[in-house]
Ligand binder design. Structure first.
Ligand code: BES
Ligand code: MN
Ligand code: ZN
Length: 469
């Protein structure tokens, strides 16, 4: 996607302007009647003058305004203006200078559209070209700095969305690995790809089993960022990247199966996070391990009843081939622990339908055994609008995943499916401080929102980068 130019100045040079107005104490446009517009949350008013167009965005009551409200309001404004052909926009920061980062994020997230297969690049229009932030001179330095951070975070999120929206015939595990290589070259990361041959040699039994039914062979993608001191252990980010999940031999029902191209979003979020971490030059060490496969039924697919030996030697009784995400994650987790002895592990996965049943589409579920990770995820969730809600780990779930004929089984009973999936992962995490994010409900949306186009959301990128910052 083409980059948006962002500038900071004392007066708007664009003819199209955005202004935020709170309900009380807000500066209502002159001559406007109360019935027409009074800054209610979610309301907008477009005025024309000989100087250009001004879009007023209502924020509601001033005391209730939180950061994500400004982020979304900026998104609503940009989407409305793009719809009516604006390309260069000025946002009057007014009293909202401290929200500059979120405003830039909201604007750039709203301007993203997935058009790769729709129009030739030359015929695409209504894209945001320039965003002017208007503020007073005393705020220039702070606003410029915040805007740059917001730009990087939004662009990395949009990068995750643009990979996520790719169709499964194009974006195979090998293509995802190529994408990771391109990213590594672009921002300066070390990259290692395990192809099928190397996966076999390394005995990555989980990834190989899930991938063996597909003609598109699996990959393990490893990225390293060493921005911290040589003595500190890295944080490991683990991602599930099933490029298409049919369920395998335990095949899924046909309805909405197309959405299972988004079963790679955990891995895509980790790629976006690595991009942001490198571009922000964070003073920390981070490694990323992304396990990618396509889950297909075929004459060579893995089956219910199989017992597979995972990377590291633990055995798993397969009861349902649709519980494939935990298998590829387990190999990635064990590999990360063995290779890097990380100070903590955070995994991202569209892991269970049960998580969507529990929490819906607005919050991701998370599981952790670490007070530090719990606090920083909750805090980063509020800050970024990537909302999370904690779900439980516990011995009762561990017990449910025990197998009579192997170390663990890959599926428990129907109820509490998000929790038993986490219990499965815990077997491979062992003692490392860990958080598991089940992003099955939040990784994509199926209809447009006023501030966001439908499709991949990039959930998790801003969340984890904020937590690490
Ligand atoms: N990718 C799915 C989970 C999913 C379902 C994400 C719907 C988003 C929307 C995952 O691989 C899966 O199929 N999980 C099963 C596990 C079960 C077989 C134990 C599930 O949730 O039904
Ligand atoms: Mn599945
Ligand atoms: Zn899946």
């Amino acid at each position: 996607m083409k980059e948006v130019r962002i500038s900071v100045s004392a007066s708007a040079k664009a003819v199209d302007r955005v202004l935020f107005v709170s309900k009380d104490g807000g500066h209502l446009p002159k001559g406007i009647k109360k019935e027409e517009f009074q800054g209610e949350k979610g309301s907008t008013l477009l005025l024309h003058s000989d100087k250009g167009r001004t879009l007023y965005i209502g924020l509601g009551e001033k005391e209730k305004i939180e950061i994500d409200l400004l982020r979304r309001a900026a998104g609503v404004a940009i989407k409305q203006f793009l719809k009516i052909g604006a390309e260069v926009l000025a946002v009057e920061l007014g009293e909202w200078n401290e929200y500059a980062q979120a405003i830039v994020e909201g604007a750039l997230l709203a301007s993203y559209r997935f058009e790769d297969f729709k129009l030739p690049a030359s015929r695409r229009k209504n894209a945001l070209k320039e965003l002017q932030l208007v503020t007073t001179a005393s705020h220039f330095v702070a606003v410029k700095k915040a805007a740059l951070v917001g730009q990087i975070l939004a662009e990395s999120t949009n990068y995750t969305r643009s990979i996520g929206n790719q169709p499964p015939n194009e974006l195979t595990p090998a293509a995802l690995a190529d994408e990771a290589k391109a990213l590594a070259k672009d921002v300066g990361l070390k990259v290692t790809i395990f192809d099928e041959k190397k996966l076999k040699a390394g005995k990555f039994g989980g990834i190989l089993a899930v991938g063996q039914g597909s003609a598109a062979a699996p990959r393990l993608i490893v990225l390293e960022y060493w921005g911290g001191s040589a003595k500190t252990k890295p944080v490991a980010l683990i991602g599930k990247a099933i490029t298409f999940d049919t369920g395998g031999i335990s095949i899924k029902p046909g309805a909405s199966m197309d959405e299972m191209k988004f079963d790679k979003m955990g891995g895509c979020a980790v790629l976006g996070a690595m991009q942001a971490i490198a571009r922000l030059k964070l003073p920390i060490n981070v490694v990323a391990v992304i396990a990618s496969a396509e889950n297909m039924p075929s004459d060579r697919a893995y089956r219910p009843g199989d017992i597979i030996t995972m990377y590291g030697g633990k055995t798993v009784e397969i009861l349902n081939t649709d519980a494939e995400g935990r298998l590829v994650l387990a190999d990635a987790i064990t590999f990360a622990r063995e290779k890097y002895q990380p100070q903590s592990l955070v995994d991202f996965a569209t892991l269970t339908g049960a998580c969507v049943v529990a929490l819906g589409a607005n919050r991701a579920g998370f599981f952790t055994d670490s007070v530090t990770l719990r606090d920083s995820l909750n805090k980063a969730g509020k800050e970024t609008g990537d909302l999370v809600w904690e779900l439980p780990l516990g011995e009762e779930y561990d017990a449910e995943m025990k197998s009579d004929i192997a170390v663990v089984k890959n599926a428990g009973a129907r109820w509490g499916g998000a929790c038993t999936a986490a219990a499965f992962l815990k077997v491979f995490v062992e003692e490392t401080p860990w958080a598991h994010l089940d992003i099955a409900g939040t990784a994509w949306i199926t209809s447009d929102k006023p501030h966001l186009e439908k499709g991949a959301t990039g959930f998790g990128v801003r969340l984890i980068v904020e937590a690490l910052r």
